[in-house]
Structures are given as C-alpha cells and as structure tokens.
Design a protein around this ligand. Structure first.
Ligand code: NAP
Length: 756
C-alpha cells in the first residue's frame, strides 16, 4: 500500500496460480498491494483452494474473464502455455494494463507475445523471472517469503513503459526481492549455464543410475553428495521439459561446453596426469570459494553492515603460549606471483589465506598456472616459466587488493596477450596512473579505464619493453615493485630510485628465486637495479608471520601480569620493526630470538614476558613509518603505562581504514582513559602504577568503524578491564587475521564472538 493508502494496483489477475503465482499472491494480500486479486487456472480445485486460503477474491475458469478491468496481469503458468493464454486475453485487456510473467526462459515468452500482438507489443508488457523456487508445485506449496533475499530479473523491452517497470520493481521489492534488469538474450544465456544446465545434469545422472541393473543397491548406498547433487532432479518434469525446449539454443551451447570440459577431465584421468588433475580440481574449488566470497561480501562492503561483535570479559589470569600468527600479506602475494613465473615447483608454507592473497592466487590459476592448496597455509605452485602464462578467459578480479593490481600491472604489461583487471568498489577508487605512467615509458600499452585514472586496468599484449631509469615521485613499494617486475622481461637494465626507503619484499624474494637484484644506498632511499631476460627458479618459501598481527599479542603480553608468550617465525624486516623498538623503549620485557632468513626475509621468534609496568614515552618520530600500522595496539600499551605518552608526526593515521587517531581516542575515553587527540598524533595519560595490576579500563561499548586493527586493539584492552568490553563491527578482522579469536582464547583471553 502506498503512503496515501491507495493500493499499488486496482485489480491483479493471475493466469496460473501454482508455487510461484500463489507465493506472489500471498505477498500482494499481506501487504494490501491490490484492491482485488483474481485468478484463472486449469482446474476448478485450484481456484477453490486459493479462495479458501484467502489468496484470491474471485476465481474464473476462463482467462479472458479474469483479466477484464485488471491493471496488472501475471502469467504464472508453464512457459509453453504463454502464447495460448495471451491469445485468449488479448481482446479483453485494459489499454494501460501491465502484463508480466514469471517464466524461467524469456526469449520464447517474448516470441510468443510477438506471435500474438505483432511487432508493436503493448507498452505494459514487461517479462520477468524470479530466481527462487523449489521442487514443490501447486497452490499449497506457495510461501510468502519465497522471494525474500532472492533476485528477480526483469527484462524490459524497448517498447516497455518505464512506469510499468517501476511499478513491477516496487511489487517485487515488497516481496523483499532484489530486482535486476537485464537484456532478454543475456538472461537466457546466463540462466542456461547457472540453472538449466545443472538441472539437466541432475536429471541425467539420476536417469543414468536408474537405468543400471544394480540401481537398487546404488540408490540404497547413495552418499550425501549424491543426494545434494540429485535433489533438483525431483523438480516438475513438465516444467523442465518446457524450459529445455524453450531455451534450446543457449542450453545446447552450455551442454557443448560441459562435454568439452568433461572430456578434459577424462583425458587427464586416462593419462594419470596428476599435476593437471590437481590443477583442475584446485582451480574449481578455489573458483567456487572465490565466487562465494565475492557474492557474500559484496553487500557487506557496500552497506557496511555490522554483523558481528566481540565481547571480552574480565578475569583473564594469564596471556601465555607458544604459537604462530598468520602469514605476512605482502610476502604471501609475492610467493604466488614469483612461483608462477619460475621454472619448477615452489612450495609455500605459512601462506595467509585472506581474501586479498586469494585473489592473487585465483588470478594465476586463471592464467593457466596449476596451484595446489592452500591447505593449512601450504601452497604448491607448478611454475610455468617466464613465457608460460596464458590469456585468461575473462577479466581478472582482484577484490580489494591494491598490491595485486599494481604488481600485476607490471607483469602483465610484458605478456603477449591482452588482459583486463577489475576490483571491488573500494579498489576501484584507488589511483593506478602512478604505475601506468612509468610502464608506458617502458613501452607498455596500458589504460586505466575508470574515471580519474582508476581501475579497471586494461592492458594490450605487448612485447619488447625497454628498461628505464625511474625516480619514484612518491615512496611506494607497490609502484617500485610493478616497474621492477616489468623489468624482468624488458630489454636492458631497469632501475628505480626511491625518495626514502620503502618495503623491500620484492627485491628480497626475487633474490630468493635466484634473480640478481642490486640495491645501492643513495642520499635518502635506495636505487634498485635489475637486468631483463633472466629467469626465476622455483624454491621453498616460508612466509613469515605478520608482525602487524603479532603486535596485538606482543602488547597483550606486555600489559599482563603473568604473561609468557612466544610468537614463532615473525617477519622482522627492518622496514617493519618499529613496534618492537617502541615497546622496548616503554620498558617491555621483549626479546628477539633465533634470528634467521627464510625466503629472503629475516625472521625470528619473539618472546614477551609480562610483569613489568610500562612507562609513558614520547614515541620516537623516526620509528613512526616503521610502526604505522601498529599504533592502535601501542595506544592500549600507553593507557596501561605509568605517565604520559605522546605521539607526534603520525598524521597518516587519520587516513587509514578509519581515522585511527579519533576512533582510538573515542574508544579510550569510553573506557575511562584520559587522552587528547592532536592533528598528527595523540597524548595519552597512562593509568599504570608500578607493581599494581588492578584493571586499567572500565567496561564499555566500542565502535570499530569497520577497522580490523581498532577491533583487535580494544580486544587486547580486555585483558585489563574491570567490566566486559563489547566491540561492534568486528567482521573485518577475518580478512587480515582469520584466527584472531581462536589464538586469543588459546592464550587465555576470555573473548566471545557472536553474530548480530
Ligand atoms: P506450478 O506450481 O505447477 O503451477 C502452475 C500453474 O499454472 C497452476 O496453477 C496450473 O493450473 C497452471 N497451468 C499449468 N498448465 C497450464 C496450461 N497449459 N494452461 C493454463 N494454466 C496452466 O508451477 P510453478 O512452479 O508455479 O511455475 C510457474 C512458472 O514459474 C513456470 O513458467 C516456471 O518456469 C516459472 N518458475 C518456476 C520456478 C520453480 O522453481 N518452480 C522458479 C522460477 C520460475 P492448475 O493449478 O489448475 O494445475
């Protein structure tokens, strides 16, 4: 019903009132969307039942009677019956009537309408298709929530009146459906692959097994997989008969694609090509997860929905243990990229199975690289060499990962084939010209096709890049790496000078893969040089634990009385170790043990003991760039320290995933800590007292502002809280530290995760 109490429609007439029609009728009745609802069906019984269920005001045995004076007509019958129904109702239609349908195919419905009305279709004619249903049919099977949280596709034609489209959108939205408009041909093509082919395969498998002599045994012992796969073979045969014939062309082409793929599986099994088989199975599994993730995350990212919270209760008596935090993201990305273009096999351990690194992994699978895993952080990459990447079938989706997009821009500029790279809404806003410009100077044909030099990035296959010398205008490890990676294929030397030192993971890992990279110290940053035309050799890469994730546990142990914690194999690349230095200056009992090199990166075990009261300090400005991601956790340490802590020179914190200075200040104040945010830092009055281990924080409610580091920092505060702390909006924690709550509990924190 509209705001002025006028129903959306005067009279709705259903032609056919089974599962789909009666579900929509339930919505219309419940929301008072029509002054009157009528129907015409084949059998009298359906009409009588519908009346008894309160779904219609009147039933008619003839469609022509039902549609008289109706301003909305819904064809909810098998698609093959459309033409006959339209013939019957044509003479009785109101001039302004909206005519829609719910059929699973659209091309043949439009053709049926043309057969009846000629090329001048009524302007109220707007075909539709709800992507919701079940194996049950009939008027009793309908459900009011059948369409809730499902998609409904409308396929407006050139002749369709926009007002009719708008009213149908309103109707379906009342059923809580998400409405999408698309072209008729596109609808039939997409549905042939995602719905019609799977149904045909289910019918086919059950038919194949039913025809065997031993069919009784086979069905008796059928496992869950068979039951899941064959469930849709219980759908209505008449309906699917109609759909398969109605969408014949698109379905036959989908079947051909299926046969070709099945043939490839047959061949690799026949020849016992274990690598190829693992590659295909792994690719399929990863694609399934990737798409699930994409689909599940899109609304989350777009709506910024708060779906999860952490609650930390007081009373943790210890914070101890011996374990590893997840792998470093920057190193995880590079291990896949370099393993893919190396000769031979690369084994990776400690791989971060977060969304960004998985996007890189999927991109290389899409370019024909066989990759096993990830499983418990282990990945095996069967490298294809410098010239073995293949053209991907479609655009490479990089999710939220700027690292992937910028580094791959360099690598793909040197390939012979064309590529397009896309990303999610947030990645699509990030600047890409900073990498595209120097690559063009090298001879790359690269375009940033979004507005303002943003993704999608489109690359035309080129060969014969030339090495350049480039003075980086900004301190960006990603731009530096993109240029150096293009340089691997370029003629001559490629060198980059940085204005100040940036993270050097690319240089270190290239060396680990046997590539000669020279680093020369300059006045401020470094000059890095490599010669094109060499090769990488597969190796073993141990991804160091991410020091940014380890920082929460370091601070947690440093503020706890009885803590004794060892974090294994943490990356201690000198460009990242500010947090250790600052905690030491605050008086924490922290030691770096067993230093070694893995995959070109320095790693060590970090041992932290509690029991020492920290001291407030003026944080050294030269450490700020080396600890930039760790300040939220360090603010918690400062609140537990004795005396005042001052941070200056850290304005960049205001433009991270959230304004980390303001958001942390708000949270600290909510938990009873005095602090003063400044333009480029913060002043925190620590509440610690030497030798006293009473709680520092009151309980309270914290808003994380979808910032994973804010959420984890306030979780750590829970180790010294007097009352429970609840942190809202913690779903983003999983993207950088999927095992955070598990490890925090293991160490002794009383933390609960719950959905809201
Ligand atoms: P259903 O439950 O079997 O209902 C079909 C309705 O159409 C019944 O009321 C039936 O009348 C009437 N009907 C059947 N054959 C007819 C004919 N030759 N002439 C006139 N009326 C006839 O089917 P449904 O699942 O609602 O499917 C209806 C439409 O929705 C189909 O086009 C289908 O492609 C589409 N759809 C179905 C699903 C699904 O999962 N089921 C999902 C999306 C779209 P009686 O009641 O008198 O038998």
């Amino acid at each position: 019903m509209s705001a002025n109490n006028t129903p959306l429609f005067e009279k709705v007439a259903f032609i056919g009132l089974g599962l789909i029609g009666s579900s929509l009728a339930r919505v219309i009745k419940a929301h008072h969307l029509a002054g009157e609802v009528v129907a015409s069906t084949r059998s009298e019984k359906t009409l009588a039942d519908a009346k008894q269920l309160g779904l219609i005001d009147q039933g008619f045995s003839s469609a022509s009677e039902a549609v008289q004076d109706a301003d909305l007509i819904v064809l909810a019958l098998p698609v093959q019956a459309t033409e006959k129904a339209l013939q019957q109702i044509k003479p009785y239609l109101r001039a302004d009537a909206i005519i829609t349908d719910v059929g699973s195919t659209k091309g043949n419905v439009v053709q049926a309408a043309k057969n009846v009305f000629g090329e001048n279709l009524p302007k109220g004619f707007v075909p539709g298709h709800p992507i919701a249903g079940s194996e049950h049919s009939g008027v009793h099977a309908g459900k009011i929530d059948l369409f809730a949280k499902h998609k409904v596709i409308l396929t407006p034609l050139e002749s369709s009146d926009p007002i009719a489209v708008q009213k149908l959108i309103q109707l379906w939205q009342s059923a809580q459906a998400e409405v999408i408009c698309m072209d008729v041909a596109q609808h039939d093509e997409v549905l042939a692959h995602t719905s019609h082919l799977p149904h045909l395969m289910a019918f086919n498998l059950v038919e194949q097994l039913a025809n065997r002599q031993d069919n009784l045994d086979i069905f008796r012992y059928a496992a869950g997989g068979f039951r899941d796969f064959s469930r849709i073979a219980a759908s209505d045969p008449q309906m699917w008969h109609d759909i398969f014939l109605a969408n014949k062309k698109a379905i036959l082409s989908a079947v051909t694609g299926f046969e070709d793929q099945l043939q490839r599986f047959k061949q690799v099994i026949q020849s016992e090509d274990s690598n190829a088989l693992m590659g295909m199975l792994g690719h399929a599994k990863a694609a399934r997860q990737h798409f699930n993730h994409m689909l599940a995350n899109t609304p989350l990212m777009e709506n910024n929905a708060v779906t999860q919270q952490f609650t930390i209760s007081p009373g943790s008596q210890q914070f101890s243990g011996h374990f590893s935090v997840p792998g470093d993201k920057s190193v995880s990305h590079r291990s896949i990229m370099f393993g893919a273009i190396a000769e031979g096999t690369t084994h990776v351990t400690g791989f971060l199975e977060g969304e960004d690194a998985l996007a890189t992994l999927q991109a290389f699978r899409d370019m024909g690289v066989s990759i096993e895993g990830p499983k418990n952080g282990e990945v095996t990459i069967h490298g294809v060499g410098m010239h073995g990447l293949k053209k991907p079938a479609s655009a490479l989706y990089m999710g939220n990962s700027g690292t992937s997009l910028r580094l791959l821009s360099g690598m793909l500029s040197a390939q012979a084939f064309d590529t397009v790279m896309t990303g999610d809404a947030s990645l699509s806003k990030r600047p890409m010209e900073r990498i595209a410009k120097p690559l063009r100077v090298m001879g790359a044909k690269i375009q940033t096709t979004g507005e303002k030099g943003t993704p999608p990035v489109s690359i035309t296959g080129a060969q014969g890049l030339k090495g350049i010398h480039y003075d980086l205008p900004m301190a960006s490890a990603q731009v530096k790496s993109g240029i150096l990676l293009a340089g691997l294929w370029a003629e001559g030397a490629t060198s980059v000078t940085e204005p100040e030192p940036t993270r050097d993971h690319t240089e270190r890992m290239l060396r680990a893969f046997g590539y000669d990279v020279k680093t020369q110290k300059q006045d401020h940053g470094n000059q890095i040089t490599l010669q094109g035309g060499g090769k990488l050799v597969g190796t073993n890469i141990q991804v160091p634990s991410d020091i940014s994730s380890a920082a929460f546990f370091m601070v947690g142990a440093a503020i706890s009385q009885n803590a004794d914690l060892t974090l294994q194999a943490v990356g201690i690349n000198p460009t990242r170790t500010g947090v250790i230095e600052i905690l030491k200056q605050m008086g924490a009992d922290i030691s770096v043990l067993n230093e070694r090199i893995a995959g070109g990166e320095p790693i060590a075990d970090i041992h932290i003991r509690g029991g020492k009261t920290l001291k407030g300090i003026h944080m050294p400005e030269d450490q700020v760039p080396l600890a930039i991601d760790e300040f939220p956790a360090l603010f918690i340490a400062a609140a537990c320290a004795e005396g005042e802590t001052i941070l200056t020179g850290a304005a960049e914190l205001r433009v991270k995933e959230s304004d980390r200075i303001q958001v942390m200040a708000d949270g600290l104040i909510a938990l009873g800590i005095q602090c003063q945010p400044t333009d480029d830092g913060i002043i925190i009055q620590g509440k610690g007292k030497t030798g006293e281990w009473s709680p520092i924080f009151t309980g309270g409610q914290i808003e994380s502002h979808h910032d994973h580091r804010i959420a984890m920092s306030f979780s750590i505060a829970g180790l010294r809280c007097a009352e429970p702390i609840t942190i809202h909006g913690t779903e983003t924690v999983a993207t950088s530290f999927p095992t955070f709550t598990e490890l925090a509990k293991k160490a002794g924190m009383l933390i609960q995760q719950s959905d809201v």
